[in-house]
Design a protein around this ligand. Structure first.
Ligand SMILES: NC(=O)c1ccc[n+]([C@@H]2O[C@H](COP(=O)([O-])OP(=O)(O)OC[C@H]3O[C@@H](n4cnc5c(N)ncnc54)[C@H](OP(=O)(O)O)[C@@H]3O)[C@@H](O)[C@H]2O)c1
Length: 353
């Protein structure tokens, strides 16, 4: 997206949310890679004074204040923030209830508004017996209610390796997010909180450090079989610029809730592979998934998200078909750029990219 198009997206996202204006002073925890970078520049370009908090792996973009601190170190974070206060804080890297406890204390008197970037993984029924989904029915926010979700602060939240040993990786991530939301919502929160439950984020080519769309695109382009479940279930996706704009819009609103953020149309791993193959002018090949050996976005359980609450808040997400082909083209271009040393080239619809 061009600079002016991003600025326009920020403006319309903010206007769409109950006519609110962008918060003037915004803290962003994280914000140094992928859609976090979009988020920071959208806010800045919408006229906000942005403070970026990270441990220093990357400097903020021009015009953005920088606080270096580890968000897990309460004393260091408090000291580094000094006397800064905000109209809103957007927390991109809130993963555990222990971090949420610290955030509540550190930001209680610094902001009236706290927005957490959460994930659709909170709905994965494989990671909690308390989550129930009905095949064919998109999952609404009520399926995981932060106000009533049990929190266990005695689990080893400060020790990622111990947490993964206890839960397994997927459950550690999903349950950490659920319980972090629950801590924000508990009792009488010191600020108006919101949790934006993001679908799988796609687009941006090499910007997408997760490499998942590149995995698909590379496999289909090379004729490698994609490992899919016997009856792959669809999942939800969102465009990288649109999740950034949604976070800005939710920060500008006063809604206290969790909200699903996704394009409305779910897609499964075969549908994604076929779309890529169509664009590359080739044929997708498949092999059966075996245990943990399966392609990203291949699922054997149902939890695509319902997006009606987002609509009622004025958030809008483009139809999947309107942006996914461009995201695939960007992934293919990034692979080709990376592979120039091996002289590999991916062809899209007869044109080299
Ligand atoms: N990608 C997806 O498909 C997807 C889907 C759903 C949800 N999400 C959510 O999106 C969020 C990540 O967004 P993003 O990748 O664009 O990240 P981001 O906003 O750029 O945040 C990542 C940055 O946060 C900083 N950070 C990490 N731990 C920190 C700590 N303890 N203290 C201070 N700073 C810290 C790191 O910089 P330093 O190393 O310098 O500290 C890192 O570069 C996560 O909450 C994730 O659950 C992603």
């Amino acid at each position: 997206m061009s600079h002016s198009a991003e600025r326009e997206a920020a403006g319309s996202a903010i206007a769409a949310t109950t006519g609110n204006r962008a918060p003037r002073r915004v803290g962003v925890i994280g914000g140094t890679r992928y859609f976090g970078r979009h988020l920071v520049s959208l806010l800045r370009d919408a006229g906000a004074e942005v403070t970026l908090v990270n441990r220093g792996s990357a400097p903020p973009p021009p015009g953005v204040d920088h606080v270096r601190a580890d968000r897990d170190d309460e004393d260091a974070l408090t000291a580094a923030l000094g006397d800064r206060t905000f109209d809103a804080v957007i927390d991109q890297v809130l993963y555990t209830p222990a971090q949420a406890v610290v955030a509540r204390r550190v930001f209680a008197d610094r902001t009236p508004r706290y927005v957490m970037t959460s994930t659709m993984e909170v709905y994965d029924p494989a990671t909690s017996p308390l989550v129930r989904t009905t095949p064919g029915v998109p999952v609404t926010e009520e399926a995981v209610d932060p106000a009533h979700w049990p929190v266990d602060l005695d689990l080893p939240w400060h020790d990622p390796a111990a947490l993964v040993r206890h839960f397994g990786e997927a459950t550690a991530y999903a349950e950490g997010k659920r319980q972090a939301e629950a801590v924000l919502a508990a009792g009488r929160p010191p600020f108006g909180w919101a949790s934006v439950r993001s679908a799988h984020v796609l687009g941006g080519g090499a910007l997408d450090f997760t490499g998942r769309l590149a995995h698909f695109t590379g496999a289909v382009a090379a004729g490698r079989p994609v490992a899919v479940h016997e009856q792959p279930q669809p999942t939800s996706f969102v465009r990288h610029e649109e999740i950034a704009a949604a976070l800005v819009a939710v920060a500008a609103s006063s809604s206290v809730c969790a909200v699903n953020a996704a394009s409305a149309e779910p897609l499964d791993a075969v549908g994604l592979s076929e779309l890529i193959a169509g664009q590359l002018g080739t044929t997708a090949r498949y092999r059966p998934a075996e245990g943990a050996d399966h392609a990203p976005f291949s699922f054997d359980r149902w939890y695509p998200m319902d997006t009606r609450r987002a609509g009622s808040l004025g958030l809008s997400f483009s139809p999947l078909g309107s942006w996914l082909p461009a995201a695939v083209a960007e992934a293919a271009a990034a692979i080709t750029a990376e592979a120039t040393t091996t002289e590999a080239t991916i062809t899209i619809a007869g044109k080299d990219v």
